[in-house]
Ligand binder design. Structure first.
Ligand SMILES: *Cc1c(COP(=O)(O)O)cnc(C)c1O
Length: 386
């Protein structure tokens, strides 16, 4: 249904990213169909997943907000036309210039991750004669059943402020001259497919809200539950669009929103992952004593997830359907971890064949580096290939 237009890839220098805008639009429509029938639900797209300017613009035009984790992302969001009051900003290490940029632009709120940061934001806001809206990022100590490097809501992680300290920190923000306390923020991890993890988070939030209200705090104007909804890396064509209905229903069912309270989401991967593929060319097929390697011109510099998280992406040979065999698909970088897949069944593959590494729209192009003095991969949308 969302086939790769292999014939249009021929003249383009590999490796490059290709984004299927029809799938992106259908995904955005699916999100909006869900939030549209649940008043008060708002999705801020997590810009760090993919900040290709045209992708950002499409998301902005669909009416989503932007969830940023740096000044660069705030700027990219503003450039893509996101109104400042639909931009939120999280991150454990916000630099002064980044806080200034957020205040100058008038973003909706800062997701604050420590008391030290709260104090600095208050100081900078005072100097600029502004008021900063503050939402606290809380570490709910909820585990997500996902890769250790992408859980963020455990006590041992660097993110957020412990639940126990909430009252103290909130009182502090309320007493400060240039901050307004407006919300509670959570984000427990990424690539989460067990709705039970979100149920656990909802329960923690309910407990916290009850506890705060018993102390006379709140209800706050909004709760932000972060993102983390996963996608199907194994079968991208069977599940091109994540099950947004199950996801939003989970929160609707388990999270006790207070009257008038808004619920904010920060989805990244679920929105852009399936629409992107990394297109690469086979340079060599190398036979060793033990196996056959397909050496492609894309490497961990273009897509680092396999090397960084042991992530498995579906790989397709766009140039061959001949019966093949298992290959180790590797890149050209001088690192043993530069491997996309081991003993992966592909059609018979030869030099010059085009391969697609699927589900690469999120945490793909944006994480590219120039290690080995390699050029950064370009990203193309359908319209760029006409
Ligand atoms: C990365 C991140 C997200 C998005 O995570 P996904 O798994 O891509 O949905 C949301 N909120 C915060 C604070 C993040 O750091």
């Amino acid at each position: 249904m969302y086939n790769l237009p292999a014939e249009k890839f021929q003249g383009i220098k590999t490796p490059f990213y290709y984004y299927n805008t029809r799938l992106l639009q259908d995904t955005l429509d699916a999100v909006k169909a869900q939030t549209g029938k649940r008043p008060g639900y708002h999705v801020h797209y997590a810009v760090k997943a993919c900040a290709h300017p045209d992708v950002l613009r499409m998301i902005q035009e669909a009416g989503l907000g932007a969830d940023c984790v740096s000044g660069g992302e705030i700027q990219a969001s503003l450039d893509a036309g996101f109104p400042a009051d639909r931009i939120v900003y999280a991150g454990v290490g916000k630099s002064d210039w980044e806080i200034e940029l957020g205040l100058q632009a008038g973003i909706r709120y800062f997701n604050v991750e420590s008391v030290a940061e709260l104090e600095v934001i208050n100081e900078i806001a005072a100097r600029m004669n502004r008021t900063a809206n503050i939402s606290f990022r809380i570490n709910p100590d909820v585990g997500a059943h996902t890769h250790a490097n992408i859980t963020t809501g455990l006590a041992e992680n660097k993110f957020g402020i412990a639940m126990d300290l909430m009252e103290t920190v909130i009182r502090k923000a309320q007493e400060m001259s240039h901050t307004t306390f407006v919300g509670l923020h959570f984000h427990i991890g990424s690539q989460i497919l067990e709705m039970d993890d979100f149920v656990a988070l909802a329960h923690r939030i309910n407990e916290l809200q009850d506890r705060l209200e018993a102390q006379g705090i709140g209800p706050v104007p909004h709760i932000n539950v972060g993102g983390g909804l996963g996608i199907d890396y194994e079968q991208p064509d069977e599940h091109p669009i994540p099950d947004f209905e199950a996801y939003f229903q989970t929160y609707e069912k388990y999270l006790k929103l207070r009257p008038g309270q808004e619920l904010h989401f920060e989805l990244g991967r679920a929105i852009v992952c399936q629409c992107g593929s990394l297109i690469t060319r086979c340079l060599y097929v190398k036979q060793t004593e033990h196996k056959q390697f397909v050496i492609v011109d894309a490497g961990m510099t273009d897509l680092i997830r396999p090397a960084l998280y042991g992530a498995l992406h579906r790989i397709e040979n766009l140039s061959s359907r001949e019966a093949g065999q298992p290959y180790d698909v590797v890149g050209p970088i001088c690192e043993s971890s530069d491997v996309f897949a081991c003993q992966y069944n592909l059609p018979a593959t030869r030099r010059g064949h085009l391969l697609a590494i699927r589900s690469a729209g999120a945490y793909g192009q944006i994480m590219a580096s120039q290690y080995n003095c390699r050029p950064l991969p370009k990203g193309y949308l359908d319209k760029d290939l006409e």
